[in-house]
Write a protein that binds this ligand. Structure first.
Ligand SMILES: *[C@@H]1O[C@H](CO)[C@@H](O)[C@H](O)[C@H]1NC(C)=O
Ligand SMILES: *[C@@H]1O[C@H](CO)[C@@H](O)[C@H](O)[C@H]1NC(C)=O
Ligand SMILES: *[C@@H]1O[C@H](CO)[C@@H](O)[C@H](O)[C@H]1NC(C)=O
Ligand SMILES: *[C@@H]1O[C@H](CO)[C@@H](O)[C@H](O)[C@H]1NC(C)=O
Ligand SMILES: *[C@@H]1O[C@H](CO)[C@@H](O)[C@H](O)[C@H]1NC(C)=O
Length: 768
């Protein structure tokens, strides 16, 4: 959304903390709602306030009562109330990416709810590969959001989650996403939206709070070497669009049933996404049947006109956006220009009616027009439902499940607390607080820093080693002094929001400033194990540490949320056996020196030395890979069931019956139930209980420029030492194994597929 003003946010946070600690009691604010029949019995006569009528009847009644000017007031995020009808102002823009956030003007943290549970940043949550957990988090977030709404502190419409593919490690907002894989991103988005929106009474028309699948589409560049998202034209092939950029949005809409989809700032192939009828009316509404509203990313209509000069006049932009399918403008562009667009005959009142109907229908589903919220479902939620011990424990649990162990020479982790008389804790993120949250954060219930948590288990000595993560000049000598006498060393480095966030893409992907020097010199003088902990959103080129024998362990902890420090200590001391897996490729620095961030191509192009992107296409050198992640235990896989041949009988008259085909269309009737079972036995052959994620990849026949491999399923199971479990995958051949051809059409390739599970490989032939 808007460029976050960090100094302001920090001020707000500080203010909130001051308010919290000085503890003044404020009069409780009331939530905003319409149809307050207790206060104004005359409202009973309006059909839109009549709960016994159907949604469409109520919406039509409301729209029929509004003047054009009043309708235009409901096309923008700061909507204008209509007092003669008992409708208050409403601010549509609230955020809840990983906890209720102060990132939108619709939400404030103050008495009686000065803080909320802030979960790990999404990139870490995704590495749990735990679909039910994604939904559970969002359920807690929506409960806290409703409680804040009831206290007059938040809206009901949240512009979350962010499901753009993390295409390039430099992207400052990659941290907000579930990573680079379309399947995981698809599952994450749908689960998060369901968790936000679904009510406990099973009524699908009702919404607990409204979610939003954003930012549609091919948006994953903020500000790189002066190239701004506001005017960036993403040049995307039809093939990449269909098999990389679209799938998370398609799943989010089809399986999450969101109240909203947000179009992005950028252009795709020369057209702004918020002014592209094929993408909005055609795909989102037409093919995917969105039941809700399409909202523009903040001020993107203004950017269409002022930065992109896409139309000659602002009225044309207003008309283009609305005629393309935009219903709500985050910002004020439509308030200023919709009337003129109507006056010039560019925009019809019918289009405005459609838009406000979609917007009002969403608010009705949220209960906004049902009168006093305290008498409705969720009306009883209040401050006591926010930051509960259970919610805070869940934030800790997510961080534990997400942390990824990338190196562990000689089983140096876990450390035994009894054996450590002195632990040196070093690094600019060793005592991190706000940094642990990542962006789109809120005020957390409390912080548990790594240093505090490590100190709770063993005696520690601490040296930050750098003034901040920029680490302009490392204080190497002080750090070496404590490292050389300690039994073990934990060095916590990485980035923060000054290095990667909205409007800030990276140029380099090495550790910032002199952090590498600090780590190397400290490791050199250490006598015991050296544990390098990387706290960051995007990946870091830490080859130097991977290959340095003095550095015995590497942990990546993302931005681990308010309880992150406790999770880090739990992993280091073995109270929790790590099970997270990377959801993005870790490239060497040479990658970003060679590849332009603006290049949207997923597929390699050897002719121009372009290596491609993500584990699905890139086959150059990596630092770590998608799916990497160790455990303190070992797990064996054994195939139990897996066919070697699957035959798809073609219908009579199919063109492939008389010619040699490399692929068939999965629309064939015969394809409908071609499915195979892959079962495997997983055994924990180590000495620690733990969870293990089985990632099932397919390498399809190399036709149509297919991915070299892609994830087709994953399952996670928990096993005690020596225990076995059975993992069952049911693979729909035409759905899961299918690829996309050069024209963007789905195909099933014929020939040999290799299925991979860890180092186990299985050959499967798909024939006709
Ligand atoms: C670590 O951070 C906490 C929370 O901000 C603070 O209270 C504490 O003083 C810090 N510890 C050190 C040694 O700087
Ligand atoms: C990136 O790395 C190069 C080479 O090490 C260096 O010259 C440049 O200053 C770095 N840029 C930034 C923004 O850190
Ligand atoms: C596919 O499934 C349908 C419904 O389950 C069944 O009626 C049909 O016989 C199946 N077709 C094949 C080819 O197995
Ligand atoms: C498990 O513990 C036993 C006894 O301490 C040890 O001999 C064995 O090597 C351990 N196994 C693994 C896989 O670490
Ligand atoms: C997934 O998360 C839930 C909720 O924390 C947890 O109970 C479950 O054990 C996790 N699944 C695995 C296999 O670790």
């Amino acid at each position: 959304m808007a460029p976050l003003k960090h100094s302001l946010l920090i001020c707000l946070t500080v203010l909130c903390i001051i308010l919290l600690h000085s503890g003044p009691v404020f009069a409780q604010q009331k939530p905003v709602f319409a149809c307050d029949v207790t206060d104004n019995p005359g409202l009973k006569n309006f059909r839109f306030c009549d709960l016994s009528l159907g949604l469409k009847t109520r919406v039509d009644d409301l729209v029929s009562r509004l003047t054009l000017q009043e309708k235009i007031g409901w096309l923008v995020s700061g909507s204008e109330g209509v007092s003669r009808l008992g409708i208050p102002d409403y601010q549509w823009w609230s955020e809840a990416l990983h906890g209720v956030s102060y990132g939108g003007p619709g939400t404030k943290f103050s008495s009686p709810i000065p803080a909320a549970t802030i979960f790990p940043q999404v990139i870490l949550t995704a590495s749990t590969f735990n679909d039910s957990l994604f939904e559970t988090i969002a359920k807690v977030v929506s409960t806290e959001a409703r409680a804040m709404y009831n206290a007059g502190l938040a809206g009901l419409t949240f512009f979350s989650p962010n499901i753009n593919i993390f295409r390039d490690p430099r992207w400052g907002r990659g941290q907000e996403t579930p990573g680079e894989d379309p399947l995981l991103s698809s599952n994450y988005g749908a689960a998060y939206v369901r968790g936000l929106q679904r009510t406990d009474d099973g009524d699908e028309e009702r919404l607990k709070v409204a979610g939003c699948c954003k930012h549609y589409i091919a948006y994953d560049l903020d500000n790189w070497k002066g190239i701004q998202r506001y005017s960036f034209n993403a040049v995307v092939t039809q093939q990449d669009l269909e098999d990389t950029y679209m799938p998370p949005f398609k799943s989010c809409v089809l399986y999450g049933d969101p109240a909203s989809v947000m179009c992005s700032y950028n252009q795709v192939n020369g057209k702004p996404t918020c002014g592209n009828p094929e993408l909005l009316v055609g795909v989102v509404r037409g093919q995917w049947k969105l039941n809700g509203y399409i909202v523009s990313d903040f001020d993107s209509l203004n950017e269409m006109f002022n930065s992109q000069h896409y139309t000659k006049t602002p009225e044309e932009t207003a008309a283009l956006a609305m005629n393309s399918g935009v219903d709500l403008n985050c910002g004020s562009f439509l308030r200023n220009h919709a009337q003129a667009a109507v006056d010039r005959g560019l925009l019809s009142v019918t289009a405005i009616d459609r838009a406000v109907s979609n917007n009002f229908a969403t608010l009705m589903r949220l209960g906004f027009f049902d009168g006093d919220p305290s008498k409705q479902l969720y009306g009883n939620l209040g401050p006591e439902d926010v930051c509960t011990p259970g919610n805070q424990e869940l934030a800790l649990e997510v961080a534990r499940q997400g942390i990824v162990l990338l190196k562990n020479t000689d089983s140096s982790l876990p450390l035994s607390p009894q054996a450590i008389k002195s632990l040196a804790v070093i690094g600019p993120n060793a005592n991190a607080t706000h940094t642990m949250l990542g962006d789109y954060e809120g005020v957390p219930c409390k912080y548990t820093t790594p240093l505090q948590s490590l100190t709770a288990s063993v005696p520690t000595v601490y040296q930050p080693g750098c003034e901040d993560v920029l680490c302009g000049s490392a204080q190497v000598e002080d750090a070496k002094k404590i490292a050389s006498t300690a039994d073990a060393v934990v060095i916590i480095v990485g980035s923060d929001l000054s290095i990667e966030t909205e409007t800030v893409d990276r140029v380099n992907i090495t550790l910032p400033g002199q952090q590498q020097t600090l780590v190397t010199e400290v490791a050199e003088v250490s006598k015991g194990p050296v544990i390098l902990v990387i706290m960051s959103g995007g990946s870091m080129d830490v080859q130097f540490a991977k290959y340095n024998p003095k550095i015995t362990s590497i942990l990546w902890v993302g931005f681990p949320g308010e309880a992150g420090g406790a999770a880090i200590a739990d992993v280091i001391f073995g109270q929790y056996n790590p099970s997270g897996r990377l959801t993005m490729t870790w490239y060497p620095q040479s990658y970003v020196e060679k590849v332009e961030m603006t290049d949207m191509n997923m597929r390699p192009d050897p002719a121009r030395g372009y290596p491609g992107r993500t584990y699905r296409f890139y086959n150059g050198p990596t630092v770590f890979n998608f799916g990497d992640g160790l455990s303190y235990s070992q797990f064996n896989h054994q195939l139990v069931t897996a066919p070697t041949l699957v035959s798809i009988p073609l219908e009579e008259g199919h063109v492939c019956q008389s010619s040699t085909c490399r692929s068939i269309n999965p629309v064939e009737q015969s394809c409908k139930n071609a499915s195979i079972d892959v079962h495997l036995r997983v055994k924990n052959v180590g000495n620690y209980s733990g969870s293990h994620t089985v990632l099932l990849f397919s390498s399809p026949p190399q036709v149509h420029n297919a991915p070299r491999k892609h994830l087709i399923g994953y399952q996670k199971l928990h096993l005690t030492p020596q225990a076995e479990g059975l993992v069952r995958f049911n693979i729909d051949v035409c759905k899961h194994l299918s690829i996309v051809d050069e024209n963007g059409n789905q195909k099933v390739a014929l020939g040999e597929y290799i299925l991979h599970i860890g180092s186990l490989m299985h050959s499967l032939h798909v024939v006709i």
